[in-house]
Ligand binder design. Structure first.
Ligand code: IMP
Length: 449
């Protein structure tokens, strides 16, 4: 079974990085297929903490990391990360990958301000993600092939796009002075072009070959499915597709390759979090974004503090809620998870009671208890209440943190895990009991890659 897809099943920040890192031990390739440096993976390896925003997380292990075409790439971020490994990375970047330019950061800022006035603020990461995807679709984006191509042609393209489109948009539409200097930017990006040229790789071809040769390939999702541009809570979403099906169009491999990729791992936390606005039915923060901790439930603040639920990229406190099986059944249906990894169980330790949402009740009485989560209807979702199953506390911090054998977990913790598994109808193969690689339970059903 050479291929595995790893996907966030909630709103991102489920702990994908840790699982990718564990599974990657035996992998030949790790492929990022969507998003950009709006994502952040924090990994703890033998006590050292690594944070990646642009590099595929396998870089710590020297595995071949590939950036596929539907990623948006900020060369400034990438260059920093490569330098932090003293250039010692095994990396390939697809020529079709869209490049984040400084005007995208300015546009992200200006558009968020405009959205805020129109009361439709998303709370983006301000990394220029949406504007660079829009430019690619508008067909005036700059791609990796051009960044690393002829420097004079790059300069011409950058100046033309800047003068005819971006500058006019920033000044004319948003009344904003560009925060970058075009002359300096041209020189800076020409240098990135020279430095990054060696990473140019036809990812489509390379992955096709790898799968045919039976190599072990991991497709690493960023964000989570509920942030998907189409299937998430539009318009409070990101601009890409954090879903298993997206690997085909991003990497450029046909759906028939699924015969080689029949493992789809859904990463899910034992509770939920969301950065940015949008409905979270099980929210413990009165739905408020930004979070106002003094108005939150005790459990909300407890989980946020214990789980360090602060954005890796933005440093903003995340909203917190109980685990939500209606949303999870929906993302299960969209992605076809063959197994689930239950993350951060230890964060719930120490609470007297924990809850699991098994249905929603809308204010006019409609009950939802299947996988028909109406992702598109933000108003309806904001009018729903959760119907919970309540569990006795799973145990103390000492009893849960760092446990590595399933049978050593407390009876109450196992009851919770098995109830989720039963209701989802999907095996939970991994239970995470702490941030470290070693703080992990591999259940009997878990197969090594
Ligand atoms: P953007 O991706 O920066 O445009 O932000 C769109 C929405 O997605 C915002 O609510 C962000 O907070 C959220 N978002 C983007 N990337 C991540 C992530 O990696 N984890 C969690 N939320 C994210």
């Amino acid at each position: 079974m050479p291929g595995a897809i790893i996907i966030g099943s909630q709103w991102g920040d489920e702990g994908k990085g840790k699982i990718v890192d564990i599974i990657a031990e035996d992998a030949d390739y790790i492929i990022r297929f969507q998003g950009g440096n709006n994502a952040g993976h924090t990994l703890v390896v033998e006590g050292d903490t690594y944070t990646f925003h642009a590099l595929p997380s396998g870089a710590v292990r020297g595995i071949r990391g590939l950036i596929a075409s539907e990623v948006v790439l900020d060369p400034r971020q990438l260059a920093d990360e490569i330098n932090s490994f003293n250039g010692d990375v095994n990396l390939g970047i697809d020529p079709r990958t869209a490049i984040i330019m400084p005007w995208h950061n300015d546009l992200d800022y200006a558009q968020e301000k405009a959205r805020s006035k129109a009361e439709v603020e998303i709370g983006t990461t301000q990394k220029g993600i949406g504007p660079s995807y829009s430019d690619d679709i508008n067909r005036w984006g700059i791609r990796f092939s051009e960044l690393v191509g002829n420097p004079d042609t790059l300069e011409e393209r950058m100046r033309a796009v800047h003068e005819e489109i971006q500058e006019k948009t920033l000044r004319g539409v948003y009344n904003m002075e560009p925060r970058y200097d075009i002359d300096e930017t041209v020189l800076e990006y020409q240098k990135f072009g020279r430095d990054l040229k060696k990473y140019l790789a036809d990812v489509s071809k390379e992955v096709d070959m790898a799968l045919k040769e039976g190599k072990k390939v991991i497709f690493e999702g960023a964000q989570g499915t509920l942030l998907d541009l189409k299937f998430g809570n539009y318009d409070r979403v990101t601009s890409s597709h954090p879903m298993s099906g997206a690997i085909f169009t991003s990497v450029g491999i046909p759906p028939t390759t699924m015969k080689n990729i029949n493992r789809i791992i859904g990463i899910t936390k034992a509770y939920v979090t969301k950065v940015g606005s949008g409905p979270v039915v099980t929210c413990l923060d009165k739905g408020l974004w930004p979070v106002e901790e003094e108005k939150s439930e005790y459990e909300g603040n407890y989980i946020r503090e214990k789980g360090h639920e602060v954005g890796t990229t933005t440093k903003r406190p995340r909203r917190v809620g109980w685990m939500d099986l209606i949303a999870l059944k929906y993302t299960q249906r969209l992605n076809g998870f063959s197994e689930l990894a239950l993350m951060k169980l230890d964060v719930l330790a120490g609470l007297d009671k924990i809850k699991l949402a098994v249905a929603y009740k809308h204010k006019f009485g409609r009950v939802l208890d299947g996988d028909d989560y109406p992702s598109w209807d933000l108003k309806f979702l904001s009018e729903c209440e959760s119907i919970y199953e309540e569990f006795d506390g799973i145990g103390s911090e000492e009893e849960i943190r760092g446990v590595t054998k399933y049978r050593k977990l407390t009876k109450n913790a196992r009851k919770f895990v098995e109830r989720v598994e039963y209701l989802m109808g999907v095996p939970i193969t991994i239970v995470s009991t702490g941030p470290g690689r070693e703080e992990t339970i591999f259940r009997k059903k878990f197969k090594k890659f």
